[in-house]
Design a protein around this ligand. Structure first.
Ligand code: ZN
Length: 109
């Protein structure tokens, strides 16, 4: 498999995990929770503290992801929001990756 597709799929998988985390946080009426880092490293175990409002902000676009500061891969994505220390928001710029994560977006499926 193409390396860029592989990395895009890893990130999409972490996004799926976070969708489940957000759902259960909502169910328990929590305003913030621990999300997983949505970077391209399948072995990454970083946790990111974020509010559900912040999380929704990230999910508003199918090409944006949240990850631990410094976990971005600059050949496929760029940081669009580094205002918080807890996590940064990146946007997929590389065409194949952008197309793959948008196609796998659970919110538009
Ligand atoms: Zn990471």
């Amino acid at each position: 498999m193409d390396d860029k597709v592989k990395r895009a799929r890893t990130e999409a998988l972490f996004r799926d995990v976070n969708e489940r985390i957000a759902e259960s946080a909502q169910r328990f009426d929590a305003s913030s929770t621990q999300f997983v880092c949505e970077c391209a490293d399948p072995h990454c175990t970083h946790r990111l503290e974020a509010t559900l409002v912040e999380y929704e902000e990230v999910r508003a676009d199918g090409a944006t992801f949240m990850l631990a500061p410094g976990h971005e891969h600059t050949d496929i994505e760029r940081v669009i929001d580094d205002s918080r220390k807890r996590f940064h928001i990146v946007e997929k710029m590389q065409a194949t990756v952008r197309e793959t994560v948008r196609r796998l977006n659970p919110r538009t499926a």
